[in-house]
Design a protein around this ligand. Structure first.
Ligand code: URA
Length: 490
């Protein structure tokens, strides 16, 4: 029968366990004489309680040095967070045996060691899943208040404290909270605070912005690439209920076999409304246009429509001209029209455009006040079945289109220009631009035009859900800076 009851401060009190275990080893208390339990937490305010479970009761005097193998320290760090209530008993027994049976250090197949290893592995996996599947949603706030982001997650083990530093590093600029049934953690930009568990209803529900991500997710879903077993291994079903995109997995996967079959049967198809390919006479015309640049936007539009200086024009439905007022404060330059832009003949009307619209609303900038265009005027894609999948234009293709963009700049005469992404930045600045390191900076061209570089909205759409909010906030900051105008020279 156990003679000693050890009470740890919490389920994740690994430091407390280590200190108590050392203490009992020093006192030669055999594992069968110890029972381990965890103190019930006082139910307090969410985040009202202390920051750390490391118990202050364990002074250096209360334990003496024991020679513990390094592998056990690492193993204990993770296995102690397992959901099994007997884990502390197992770990203390293993520690005791490692000290008293030296041969055990060389026996990785020992049953106690193997069980502890399995527990540690399960905890590591749970931590990994938490880093991958936490989805923050913005809390609605009063105008002027800082947006808080809240996520709901249901871990299998006691991993909140151990995983929280990852989110603090990754989303250092954001104010966020992760709610779980057992523990909650909040980051205020400076420190992590832990509190008791919460209910799923405490986390915000989906909003309109989330619908946008879902539309995008559905639009990039490629049934031919679906590896269901692999997907379920990486994203087990139990996480689906808290993943916004998971509502699409079932309908999309259910249709995928049928859709892949149709793709194979139908073979490649062509865009529905492609304009007739231009004749060689038009090509000559167009070369003339290069020399005598169109003097109006309407003429420029016709000329780009006929352009066959690179192969893209012959594939697209139509050229997509820029749109917006003359002499605007800002011109935003994207890469090239996407699928929707190609069909509608207007820039930024597909998923990337919707994200841009959302940014413009948050900035309070009417879309009509800004001139929107692209570095390349036709949609470049590859066909996968019936689907037209965006392809980045090659450098020669962007170079072939450059004179149209320069022509447009001279007609529109914007106050300043924002390059959205690497293709636009290269076209505007005439050199390779490392977008992530040069973003948010103003550059002055030889003709005096000021250009600010930032990310393309599609880059934000491609990010993990966990990264998007912070990335969107940083993107807004870049655009806001562009709206404030370049610093005056001198
Ligand atoms: N991406 C772009 O770069 N431009 C558009 O018009 C749409 C998507």
């Amino acid at each position: 029968m156990a003679e000693r009851v050890v009470t740890l401060a919490g389920e994740a009190d690994v430091a407390g366990f280590r200190a108590e275990a050392r203490c009992m080893l020093a006192q030669r208390t055999a594992p069968e004489h110890v029972s381990w339990q965890v103190a019930r937490r006082d139910e307090g305010d969410l985040f009202g309680v202390g920051h750390d479970d490391a118990s202050a009761a364990h002074t250096p005097e209360s334990s003496s040095r024991v020679n513990v193998p390094a592998f056990f320290v690492a193993l204990c760090e993770r296995a102690a967070l397992h959901g099994d209530p007997n884990r502390f008993g197992l770990l203390y027994r293993l520690l005791w045996r490692l000290v008293h049976e030296p041969a055990l250090r060389h026996d990785p197949l020992d049953a106690d060691r193997m069980q502890a290893e399995l527990m540690a592995r399960a905890v590591r996996r749970d931590m990994h899943k938490m880093t991958a599947f936490v989805r923050f949603r913005p809390l609605s706030v009063e105008a002027g208040d800082e947006v808080q982001h809240v996520a709901w997650f249901e871990p299998d083990h006691h991993i909140v404290e151990a995983t929280a530093p990852f989110f603090a590093r990754r989303f250092a600029q954001m104010r966020w909270a992760i709610l779980t049934p057992e523990r909650c953690v909040r980051w205020d930009g400076h420190a992590l605070a832990f509190g008791p568990g919460a209910k799923r209803e405490d986390a915000p529900q989906a909003d309109a912005a989330e619908q946008l991500w879902l539309t995008y997710y559905a639009s990039i879903f490629n049934p031919a690439r679906l590896k269901l077993k692999m997907m379920q291994k990486e994203m087990p079903r139990k996480y689906w209920k808290n993943l916004p995109e998971a509502v699409l997995i079932q309908p999309l996967t259910a249709r995928s076999a049928q859709r892949s079959g149709q793709m194979i049967e139908q073979g490649a198809s062509e865009p529905a409304h492609r304009r007739p390919a231009s004749s060689s006479a038009l090509r000559v015309d167009q070369r003339v246009a290069v020399v005598h640049a169109p003097g109006t936007l309407a003429a420029l539009r016709d000329a780009t429509e006929r352009c066959r200086e690179c192969p893209i024009g012959a594939m697209a439905t139509q050229a997509v001209p820029g749109e917006g007022p003359l002499q605007p404060l800002l011109m935003l330059v994207g890469e090239q029209p996407g699928d929707q832009e190609d069909l509608h003949g207007r820039p930024f009307v597909g998923p990337a455009g919707q994200l841009l619209d959302r940014a413009l609303v948050q900035l309070g900038w009417p879309r009509e006040a800004i001139y929107l265009t692209n570095a390349v005027k036709h949609f470049k894609f590859e066909l996968r079945g019936k689907r037209r999948i965006h392809k980045t234009p090659a450098q020669q293709e962007a170079a072939a289109c450059l004179h149209w963009l320069e022509n447009e700049l001279s007609l529109v005469q914007p106050g300043a220009v924002v390059a959205l992404g690497a293709t636009a930045a290269r076209a505007l600045l005439g050199r390779h631009v490392a977008v992530m390191s040069e973003r948010g900076q103003w550059f002055t061209r030889a003709d005096g035009l000021r250009v600010l570089v930032t990310l393309h909205p599609s880059a934000l759409l491609r990010m993990d859900a966990g990264e998007r909010d912070a990335a969107f906030a940083a993107w807004l900051a870049d655009l806001r800076q562009a709206g404030a105008g370049p610093p005056q020279a001198g």
